[in-house]
Design a protein around this ligand. Structure first.
Ligand code: MG
Length: 454
């Protein structure tokens, strides 16, 4: 990753002591405080990174300097912080986290009163306010105050337990292995497992922010988890990312089943009880389409980005949704990705079906999802998408979604092409029943891209 401060719709991200300094953090606190106005209240939370306290203090100084009152939630998960922002009736929220990026990074994420990230328009206004350095600094009698609130874990766990049947899970006495990567999930997760009557083998359970392995929850980083599940004879293995919004699963044989299965399995569980529309982003596996079709419900596809999925869920009144990267969203708990919701749903699904996880996985039609990226000059993506659309125009049953690049759905497969929002690269994704079919789709679009880019 190039070492520069990233300021995007998802917030601010940079390296500590280099691009993300106390000064930058304080300025963003001032900018958010200026945008909201004096007298407003903002929650502030952080993950376990060693730099978290420093960035938190700097952001809080900026907010209070602009007359905003700060409620410090301490070290909590991203979904917990989002839920508390809404529950406490705050006018906004701030989370100090760099999600799945390694320890040298940290970030600042800004929330709306609902707990959802800023809209693109709000993020742009924040950036412009930060760039202008025209801050609404208050005099000695009008700076903001600061208070503490330690209710996050309790509030979050109560909301999660309310959407499952804890007694039914408890009755099964599951053994669970969880890798919390020394992140924000370390404290609340054992509390959840206790309430659900699960025996927990907790890997990387100290909230130090010193990550025991690369923190992105993907297969190469989770070898220890699979082994621990086998050694413990556990029913399931879970892994969280450092801010505990994403969840991935290892089956009872210690096999990494892939991050796409988190949303698919949770959707299958949800639809056993309630029928309604689902939502997923455009790069999420079509497993969710099969699951939805079997239940006679629709899947709404949203552009990449958590806020886009949440917006689609609200607009289309979806009962459940998320992202294929291990992000499940149940608006009854909180309208952001939540690993706690995911763990509770998977355990409830196991309890109800009395089947091992590997069987529940095998019951879902499987696909091969391929992802490639390559350099692409700015502006060329539109031409590639246009030529790709033409090339597929006469395929039987082809449907085209152009809300975020181009995604073409065929009967049992799809391919998408889109430019990155942050780097001069293009991504081609394809998913098909076999590896060779997925490769053929990727190659077909790659060939078109080569003709355009040269
Ligand atoms: Mg995360």
């Amino acid at each position: 990753m190039e070492d520069r401060l990233m300021v995007s719709v998802s917030g601010v991200r940079g390296t500590i002591g280099k691009t993300l300094t106390a000064q930058v953090a304080m300025e963003f606190g001032c900018a958010f405080g200026t945008m909201l106005g004096a007298g407003k209240t903002v929650s502030i939370a952080r993950d376990t990174r060693p730099s978290g306290a420093m960035i938190r203090s700097a952001v809080a100084a900026g907010l209070t300097a602009c007359g905003v009152n700060v409620v410090d939630l301490g070290v909590v998960t991203t979904p917990g912080a989002a839920l508390m922002t809404r529950t406490l009736g705050c006018d906004g929220g701030v989370i100090i986290t760099a999600s799945h990026n390694p320890t040298p990074y940290n970030g600042i994420k800004f929330l709306q009163p609902s707990g959802v990230g800023l809209t693109a328009g709000q993020a742009q206004r924040l950036k412009e306010t930060w760039e202008s350095k025209q801050f609404n600094l208050q005099d000695s009698l009008h700076t903001g105050g600061e208070s503490q609130n330690t209710d996050t874990h309790e509030t979050h766990l109560s909301a999660v337990c309310a959407i499952v049947d804890p007694a039914a899970i408890k009755a099964r006495g599951f053994k669970v292995v969880l890798d919390s990567i020394n992140g924000a999930g370390c404290v609340g997760s054992p509390m959840l497992m206790e309430r659900l009557g699960c025996e927990l083998v907790h890997l990387n359970h100290e909230p130090t922010g010193l990550f025991a392995h690369e923190p992105e929850p993907i297969e190469p980083n989770l070898t220890e988890l699979g082994r621990a599940v086998r050694d413990a004879g556990a029913s399931v293995g879970f892994a969280q990312d450092p801010d505990a919004d994403r969840l991935v699963i290892v089956d009872e044989q210690g096999r990494f089943i892939g991050e796409e299965y988190t949303l698919a399995l949770a959707a299958a569980y949800v639809l056993r009880h309630r029928k309604g529309k689902l939502a997923a982003n455009l790069s999420t596996s079509r497993m969710i389409d099969d699951i939805a079709a079997a239940a006679g419900v629709e899947v709404v596809r949203a552009p990449t980005g958590e806020a886009n999925v949440v917006e689609a869920m609200q607009r289309e009144r979806c009962i459940f949704g998320g992202e294929g990267n291990g992000g499940v969203i149940d608006p009854r708990v909180v309208s952001v990705r939540d690993s706690f919701t995911g763990m509770a749903m998977i355990l409830q699904y196991l309890a109800e079906t009395k089947q091992p996880l590997s069987e529940l996985v095998a019951a879902i039609p499987s696909y091969h999802l391929l992802k490639i990226k390559f350099p692409c000059p700015a502006g060329a993506a539109g031409t590639v998408a246009g030529k790709t659309k033409l090339a597929f125009a006469d395929r039987a049953g082809a449907t085209f979604n152009e809300s975020d690049g181009l995604r073409i759905d065929l009967a049992d497969r799809w391919v998408s092409v889109r430019a990155s929002n942050t780097e001069p690269i293009m991504r081609i994704f394809a998913e098909a029943p076999s590896q060779s079919d997925a490769e053929a789709l990727v190659q077909e679009v790659r060939t078109i891209a080569k003709e355009v880019i040269g």
